[in-house]
Design a protein around this ligand. Sequence first.
Ligand SMILES: Cc1ncc(COP(=O)(O)O)c(C=O)c1O
Length: 430
Amino acid sequence: MATQERSATDELLKARARYVAAGVSTPPLVVARAEGARIEDTDGNTYIDFAGGLGCQNTGHRLPAAVAAIHEQVDRYLHQCFMVGMYEPYLDVCRRLAELSPCRGDEQKSLLLNSGAEAVENAVKIARAATGRPAVVVFDHAFHGRTLLTMTMTSKVVYKRGFGPFAPEVYRAPGAYPYRDVTTDDAIAGLGALFKSEVDPEAVACVVLEPVQGEGGFIPMPRDFPPRLREVCDHHGILYVDDEVQSGVGRTGPMWAIEHYGVEPDLLVSGKSLGGGLPLAGVTGRAEIMDAVGPGGLGGTFGGNPVACAAAVAVLDEVAGESFQRRARELGELIRLALDGIAARVSSVGEVRGLGPMLALELVEDRATKAPAGELAAATVARARERGLVLLSCGLHGNVVRILVPLVIADDDLERGLEILEESLAGAGT
Ligand SMILES: Cc1ncc(COP(=O)(O)O)c(C=O)c1O
């Protein structure tokens, strides 16, 4: 680029630096349009999207059925506030969530909110009201949001530095992480120790667990951990809250990641891809628990916005369909095969892991020491962007490269994206 001439993106980056708070971390990418699994920036460059707006585009940018439903809803009304005047799209989403719920019990009900964090907060409120107990147990490597309570529940200092004091009655147990030698037995023993040293299990309202920890490093729980956690919960009358904000709505193939484990949680938290790109999140569970809070105890001005709900009905129908799930399974196999190939050729890959198409590479300085290679992951993401691939890292040390590709990607885009990933990774280390 000639030094005199500034591109449209350069001008927008200047505006970002001038007007937007520094605390929001941003890449040098300004999006002009997006479709399916492709993004175009404000200079007309195109990218293959392996990030999906941070896991919000499982059904692709601008899912046609969602866009049509949005247009139709926009012509009727944009907002009512469900506490002022009820509307069908909210009821439709709650009905679909009831039909699709993985939770224990026959009669399922839902509450709709704006964000994942707000939904996790509300799940805790409901669990406390239903049990009459104050404490919440979370795990190492958890991410549950950025509000005071959910930031407290989150296990990464970058998200917490300078923001204390934190919320009370949040206790952390070891999270299962086989690659780093924390087995299911260790995690269950750690929970037992927590119940001896820090908190009486009879004072615990709920445990909150992501079946595949997202921001924490794409760590799928071992097959036997959720079932054993369920047993512990049942033994002590603790509610099991399944945080599927990132792993749900088809991300791992089936509608909910917990379906891989054969466990029925008490409450499900959904968000991100639920609104097809519009802000929507939910808490779902059996009526007996959900109705523990009396009228007026739950709500919010915008929660369950009609336009977002109209989109969500289309998204849920799409993800519940056999062809979406078949393609998601197929993508999971194709991506894993490609990542295994990369791991065989690039020694900085310590582990390939994930569930279905929710997959990642954990990068290390050395396979023997497993020292996290955070800078390598950051350099890989930056190089990928320069080559036309939008990619994200995650993990406590930022050393995990994760794939949140829209599950509608074409085979040739997927293949090219994976090639760019490998080139960027190999080039970043040199
Ligand atoms: C598992 C999980 N829970 C909760 C949240 C918070 O969601 P939101 O950013 O919509 O508040 C996230 C966001 O990444 C998440 O991954």
